[in-house]
Design a protein. Structure first.
Ligand SMILES: Cc1cc2nc3c(=O)[nH]c(=O)nc-3n(C[C@H](O)[C@H](O)[C@H](O)COP(=O)(O)OP(=O)(O)OC[C@H]3O[C@@H](n4cnc5c(N)ncnc54)[C@H](O)[C@@H]3O)c2cc1C
Length: 408
């Protein structure tokens, strides 16, 4: 490689950003990888498991984290976002802003700071369904594996308990935000996706019922390191459900919400339905769908679901969900195949909400659905779910292609 070439900047450290970074560094080029959260891994790290092989997120991610740690060509920053980009292909100037790092890199993750910390915060990793202390480790396979202090909830020097408890002198509560100026040759935007806000779909009653959750929340409910640790319990009364309904295209393919298909929700719900059957073989599952869109190896899930007598696929859009006094949920839908209006009473409803491209402060061209388009100033390359919805294996392929473009 040309040693005078400047590094490539990758914005976003989910599976696609991490893969792009590793691919570029392993052919000998310098990389700077930034992530706005205190940990890498993006949405995948929050999953219970992921298709097609249904392996835990540790599978693909841990090895990549090791490759990053071992590769001196990759410089990485967490809790960091871009503030400003100027310049052109081969010669961009970028200012990045890192929020105060109250816990330094010599943290051994002994956990004494969290033990003594008196303040609590909602745990964003579990979508606020659980709390952690203001001094916390994001999750067990967090990379970097170190504690973090939540600026908003920590009482800083007026408390100081964690500073006194830390044997390694790894806490500095006076730390300030840091601006770093970078010169880079090209920029890959790997900013990924967020879940569509289910509270906007008023007819599906998400905001008013505790027993209606979204597909991403389902992943955190059921995960072994999640809200219920491998159990699915209703929030209203902590009981295991005997009947669960999935509502596909919750807000998707709907002009009032997201006019497009998010490509992964059908496979995700089939994965979820099979997980419920594994945990609770007697629980009845109904999946209400408009069209079942699964492809490639995920078609195996469809066959498995069709063969399972406790899972029923109902072709019909759910128009309304009403909560009964006992917390059960009455779904009203039209069964397209029989032409009849049906009502179904479930104990938990999972809304398969779609993917929206992450909002950023980057001034980039976006398409009519707000995904980042390929038409940017030369040298800026969008990748994976920042440019359109796709699954992990397509994201990884897209990352390899972005790596080649960035090097060129
Ligand atoms: C319910 C559900 C279940 C799914 N299950 C599966 C499955 O089982 N198998 C499968 O193959 N696919 C699955 N998917 C799809 C999978 O989540 C995506 O393919 C994958 O997350 C794409 O990775 P990514 O890196 O593009 O984006 P993300 O995972 O979203 O990562 C983006 C990263 O960028 C960071 N970021 C965002 N903005 C900024 C910024 N301005 N500055 C710095 N950093 C930023 C984010 O914090 C995040 O870490 C599922 C999707 C859904 C909705």
């Amino acid at each position: 490689m040309n040693k005078t070439q400047k590094p490539v900047l990758i914005i976003g450290g989910g599976i696609s950003g991490v893969t792009t970074a590793v691919e570029i560094a392993e052919v000998g080029k310098e990389v700077i990888l930034i992530e706005k959260m205190p940990y890498f891994g993006g949405n995948v790290v929050k999953f219970n498991n992921y298709f097609p092989k249904l392996c835990p997120p540790t599978c693909g991610l841990e090895i990549n984290f090791r490759r990053i740690k071992q590769n001196p060509r990759i410089k990485y920053y967490t809790s960091t976002e871009v503030q400003e980009i100027s310049g052109e292909k081969g010669n961009f100037n970028v200012k990045i802003k890192t929020s105060p790092q109250y816990i330094k890199n010599n943290c051994t993750a002994c956990g004494k700071c969290a033990e003594i910390c008196p303040e609590e915060r909602p745990d964003e990793f579990n979508y606020g369904f659980t709390n952690t202390r203001a001094a916390y480790i994001p999750h067990e396979i967090a990379f970097p594996f170190k504690y973090h202090i939540d600026n908003e909830y920590c009482k800083k020097e007026s408390c100081n308990k964690c500073v006194d408890a830390c044997k390694y002198n790894a806490i500095d509560l006076s730390a300030k935000e840091k601006i770093t100026e970078l010169e880079v040759s090209s920029i890959v935007t790997a900013t990924g996706w967020e879940s569509y806000d289910a509270s906007k779909i008023e007819n599906l009653n998400y905001s008013d019922s505790k027993n209606i959750i979204t597909n991403v929340e389902f992943e955190r409910f059921i995960a072994s390191n999640g809200v219920n640790e491998n159990k699915l319990l209703r929030l209203s009364d902590n009981t295991e459900p005997k009947k669960v309904a999935f509502v596909q295209c919750a807000g998707s393919r709907d002009e009032n919400h997201l006019p497009y298909c998010s490509a992964v929700c059908c496979s995700a719900s089939l994965k979820h339905a099979l997980t419920i059957q594994e945990l609770y073989p007697k629980t009845e599952v109904k999946v209400f769908y408009i069209d079942m869109r699964v492809s490639g190896r995920n078609e195996d899930f469809l066959t498995e679901v069709q063969e399972n007598k406790n899972i029923e696929l109902v072709k019909g859009k759910v128009g309304k969900i009403i909560e009964a006094e006992n917390g059960n949920l009455i779904l009203e839908a039209e069964d397209i195949l029989s032409g009849k209006k049906i009502k179904y009473e479930a104990e938990i409803v999972v809304l398969a909400t779609g993917i929206v491209s992450s909002k950023t402060n980057l001034n980039l061209n976006r398409d009519q659905n707000q995904f980042i388009t390929d038409k940017q100033i030369e040298g800026i390359i969008p990748v994976a779910c920042s440019r359109k919805p796709m699954d992990v294996s397509s994201s990884v392929k897209d990352a390899t292609s972005a790596a080649v473009k960035a090097i060129q």
